[in-house]
Design a protein around this ligand. Structure first.
Ligand code: MRU
Length: 351
């Protein structure tokens, strides 16, 4: 038997003074790295889903801002701060739902403004280092989530996941898939079911691919099979990532997550949300307040240039949904497992 070819990959990183992204549109057919030199190019890459997944979008936002200040030697620190602020505004327009983007932009701005007395050279160094720190801290948080989350799982365990909340969606290791990786590393017998995640197929194209790189096999199902699979007793836990958790514990995540949460409740399956603190937005109070990205109907009516609906067909394409907090069994964070009442327990993570 021949082993499937495996790749070691990184999702995002610095290549000199350019930002390097693994092109997630090209996966799984091609492992293609692209390099970016301006904030506008990075904003476009986020919009086009070359990079996607909440923590990865945040890291890309931070590195995209840093690109604004690298290079031009003639600027004063004051001018560099203005350029960085402008880049932040531009990047903030790229995608609306993942709060990590806005969190990272704010963090970069704060660092920039507190470095206003530094020389331009030192300022550039600090800004680039801060974007790298955001990436490094994300990976460390994912490993902690993995440790806390894997302790929740029985052994053997079969996990159902949705979209891609893995290394491809983060600085590395993953949130929901970080829990899977940690369980495997701890010697647990782990099986993974992956929902294909229509219409963008993050589950079919990305989750299956990235877990295969670690030798973790997945069983792929279409999204509408999840209820039947749970009713058959095949799933011990649902674990998903999130784009934004708000003060009451309501969860924005990839469209289809809400249906999975309701099905999990109906079938007595625990529903866990892996969420680093950078994804928790205590400023919003109600699920309806979360900005849900609506993407082009073309992504529903065709796939990679092949029409899947008649010419001129109308469609509605919300890219995320909101799962009410009552369906969430627990949040898995880098600080530990968080249970209801979420208004208190989520807030306590920041005190
Ligand atoms: O549209 P995407 O692919 O950016 O959506 C990604 C998700 O919904 C993920 O589940 C979420 O960002 C968490 S990633 C750790």
């Amino acid at each position: 038997m021949t082993e499937p070819q495996r790749a070691t990959f990184h999702t995002i990183g610095w290549a000199g003074d350019q930002v390097e992204l693994l092109d997630q549109i090209a996966l799984p057919e091609q492992i293609l790295y692209r390099r970016y030199e301006t904030p506008a190019e990075v904003a476009q890459a986020i919009r086009d889903m070359v990079i996607r997944g909440a923590p990865a979008i945040g890291i890309a936002g931070a590195m995209g801002m840093a690109l604004a200040v690298l290079g031009d030697e003639r600027r004063t620190t004051g001018q560099l701060i203005a350029m960085l602020d402008d880049a932040g505004e531009l990047l903030a327009q790229s995608r609306p739902t993942a709060v990590n983007l806005f969190w990272a932009i704010e963090r970069m701005r704060n660092v920039a403004h507190s470095a206003r007395d530094q020389s331009p050279e030192e300022f550039r160094r600090l800004i680039k280092a801060e974007s790298q720190a955001i990436l490094d801290e994300d990976v460390a948080a994912n490993r902690e989530m993995g440790r806390h989350g894997s302790a929740l799982l029985p052994n053997p365990v079969t996990v159902l996941t949705h979209c891609n909340a893995g290394a491809l969606a983060t600085g590395g290791y993953g949130t929901a898939l970080g829990v899977v990786r940690a369980a495997v590393e701890a010697g647990q017998a782990v099986k993974v079911f992956a929902c294909e995640t229509r219409p963008y197929l993050q589950g079919a194209r990305l989750t299956t691919w990235e877990l295969a790189q670690d030798g973790i096999a997945t069983t792929l199902i279409t999204d509408n099979m999840a209820g039947f699979v749970m009713a058959q007793g095949l799933i011990d836990a649902v674990i998903v990532g999130t784009d934004r958790v708000i003060a009451n514990g309501d969860v924005a995540n990839k469209i289809g997550t809400y249906s999975l949460a309701v099905l999990a409740r109906e079938n007595g399956v625990p529903f866990y949300v892996a969420a680093p603190r950078s994804t928790i937005d205590l400023r919003l109070q109600h699920g309806e307040d979360i900005a849900i990205e609506e993407r082009t109907s073309a992504e529903l009516c065709e796939f990679r240039g092949v029409r899947t609906a008649p010419e001129g067909q109308g469609a509605y394409h919300p890219a995320f949904d909101v799962t009410p907090h009552r369906y969430v069994t627990a949040f898995i964070t880098e600080c530990g497992v968080v249970r209801p009442p979420y208004r208190d327990t989520l807030r306590a993570l920041f005190s």
